[in-house]
Design a protein around this ligand. Structure first.
Ligand code: AMP
Length: 404
């Protein structure tokens, strides 16, 4: 059964990413992206083996994008009608209080996900549209929802609770949910296999930093989540590409009174106009690095604030875990920027973190240790693979556990 592929679909607000993958071996049969859905000049890219096929498209919505995906497979392969598809796995950002595991999608489940849209207005509606279109197109195979919040479903009460009136919190399902769970869980699992000198099943205290367009940190003990930086929504915590991360909770009220902003305008400001973009004018980390190297003040400040926030969480989570065995960097920034990793742990030898500068700067896309051999805390880079994790969780739900 591990030979049958899973189609993983990740529907965002203006793009759909997809991957046809064999969950057991991790073999990628095809990989693609449809960008700028609903805009003119959209781009589609479909990769099979070493060949990448790109083109323009006019997909007006996610339904049209799904049709386009079908056409890409028909034109460039593999032929989906003869691929013996095991299932379709969908990434869903918010699972709310009800979904703590991968879930077979039924009409009732779809209605429950729709009911959560108030908690994730920027994310869940596009996932729903993707699921609806995919269920129509692939009507004969099971569809599974894998939730970004699931790994953090059993965060300890002290970590999940905001200090606001309890009745109100219960009525409106207000708690800290955490996001990027699939990624944190995946890199922590890979990291456990790389811990220098550890027995295979030795419980570890791990701190994982997922640093991409969205950024979050998680404290993990013995494979269980103890804390994470995102909360009710994916806005809390670290500085991100366009999201502010932590601000004073008094800020939205202040902006409403002083600047006349509506709740929606505040949401847009903090989610889409802040973070690196707000400070440096660029949300792409590579561009921030380029502007910083060119001596731009805004980019220098953006980099420093970004790093400062990471160190803030590093210290906090070290205290929560009562010590550390591993720090893991992942995501586009965490995997690729040696400068960022160096700045994040600079001067922390007193806490047991000592980088090996050469290993940190080595050119590699493999999971690897980048700390000095005698560093008490291991520092790792682990490339995340959310699609593989979603494919495996999907396959595990649909059939017997994948052999790997
Ligand atoms: P992700 O959301 O995981 O795809 O990460 C996207 C972020 O990773 C963007 O801000 C990119 O600028 C950043 N990124 C990708 N490659 C590099 C690189 N070589 N150096 C620094 N940042 C990078």
């Amino acid at each position: 059964m591990s030979g049958r592929p899973v189609l993983v679909i990740n529907s965002g607000s203006s793009s759909v990413k997809y991957r046809l993958i064999v969950p057991g071996s991790g073999e990628v049969l095809a990989d693609g992206t449809i960008e700028q859905i609903g805009e003119s000049g959209g781009e589609v890219s479909h990769q099979v083996g070493d060949e990448t096929h790109t083109g323009d498209h006019q997909a007006a919505d996610i339904g049209a994008a799904l049709q386009l995906i079908t056409e890409q497979f028909a034109e460039h392969g593999p032929d989906l009608d003869h691929a013996d598809l095991l299932a379709v796995g969908h990434r869903v950002v918010h699972g709310g209080p009800d979904f703590s595991d991968p879930t077979m999608i039924t009409d009732d489940v779809l209605a429950a996900i729709r009911d959560l849209s108030g908690l994730a207005p920027l994310h869940n509606p596009s996932a729903l549209a993707g699921i609806e279109a995919a269920r129509e197109r692939f009507a004969d195979v099971p569809h599974v929802a894998v939730f970004d919040t699931a790994f953090f479903a059993d965060l300890p009460d002290v970590a999940r609770t905001y200090a606001i009136p309890r009745g109100l919190a219960e009525r409106h399902r207000i708690r800290r949910y955490g996001f990027h769970g699939t990624s944190h869980q995946y890199v922590a699992e890979v990291g456990r296999g790389l811990q220098p000198g550890a027995e295979p099943d030795q419980p570890l205290r791990q701190l994982t930093f997922h640093l991409g367009n969205g950024c979050s940190a998680a404290a993990i003990s013995g494979g269980r989540p103890m804390e994470t930086s995102m909360g009710l929504t994916p806005l809390q915590g670290l500085v991100m590409g366009t999201r502010s991360g932590d601000v004073d909770p008094g800020l939205p009220g202040y902006l409403a009174r002083e600047a006349g902003l509506t709740p929606d305008a505040v949401d847009t400001l903090l989610n889409k106009e802040s973070g690196l973009k707000g400070l440096a004018g660029a949300n792409d980390f590579r561009e921030v690095l380029r502007l910083r190297a060119a001596g731009e003040d805004g980019a220098r400040l953006a980099f420093d604030v970004y790093v400062h926030r990471i160190r803030h969480y590093l210290g906090a989570y070290l205290a929560i875990l009562g010590g550390l065995d591993q720090v893991i960097f992942t995501g586009g920034v965490g995997e690729n920027s040696a400068d960022l990793r160096e700045a994040a742990v600079a001067g922390l030898s007193g806490l047991g973190l000592v980088l090996d500068q050469e290993l940190n700067r080595a050119d590699s896309d493999q999971a690897r240790v980048i700390s000095a051999a005698d560093s008490p805390v291991a520092v790792l880079v682990v490339p995340t693979d959310e699609e593989l994790a979603i494919a495996r969780q999907t396959a595990d739900l649909v059939g017997p556990p994948t052999s790997r």
